[in-house]
Design a protein around this ligand. Structure first.
Ligand SMILES: [Fe+2]
Ligand SMILES: [Fe+2]
Length: 210
């Protein structure tokens, strides 16, 4: 019983850290820090903000997914890897959040909703099996990499700060994907990946705006 309460408190703390502005702290400094802020006109600024808002929500989902999986993972080793990966995603979350504020914008108001949904998906996958759970991480990271590539290609040219953040994230996410497959995750078949792409479209098309 005590351990259940401990777990619940930890989970609540993690959710708050993810959802409350400025609550999370990064381990690594942002790749954007050493670059100069560019002059962006209103439409460029709006576009950069929209893309960074999508990426920020993606990191909110990653936190929730890993947290959900860590609660139900059967093998201690898998649980540890989930927790380690979630720590790395905190950096991404903080970098994206910082970038959003620097652009004069803010995170999506839909984040609590996406956190809840992703937590359930993660916990559900973990309940079924560790290999499914790890496969889900690999598939998700794969989707994130595709988004990041698209975003890097369509960011306003002058916005080097946002681009630096996305470049480092892309390196980390590709590493997370490889880690999950190496740990025994299933490689999802194409039809499942196509469904995941459709689901992620719901997130990207809403959070670009709000
Ligand atoms: Fe990430
Ligand atoms: Fe990741």
């Amino acid at each position: 019983m005590i351990s259940f309460i401990d777990k619940a408190v930890l989970q609540f703390d993690r959710a708050l850290q993810t959802l409350v502005p400025h609550a999370a702290k990064a381990n690594r400094s942002s790749p954007a820090d050493k670059l100069k802020e560019a002059e962006l006109d209103q439409s460029d600024r709006k576009h950069s903000s929209g893309l960074m808002r999508i990426n920020h929500t993606g990191e909110v989902c990653a936190q929730a997914l890993y947290a959900g999986q860590a609660t139900t993972a059967k093998l201690a080793k898998v649980r540890q890897e989930m927790e380690h990966a979630a720590d790395e995603e905190i950096d991404h979350l903080v970098w994206c959040e910082q970038r959003l504020y620097d652009l004069g914008s803010k995170p999506s108001i839909l984040n609590p909703l996406f956190y809840g949904a992703s937590f359930m998906i993660g916990a559900g996958a973990g309940l079924i099996s560790d290999r499914l759970s790890l496969g889900f991480v690999a598939a998700t990271e794969d989707q994130v990499c595709i988004h990041l590539e698209k975003h890097m290609a369509t960011l306003p040219m002058q916005d080097e700060k946002s681009k630096a953040v996305l470049t480092q994230m892309h390196i980390d996410e590709a590493k997370h994907k490889a880690m999950a497959l190496e740990a025994g995750g299933y490689e999802f078949p194409q039809p499942i990946m196509a469904i995941m792409t459709q689901v992620s479209k719901v997130m990207t098309s809403t959070t670009y705006r709000i």
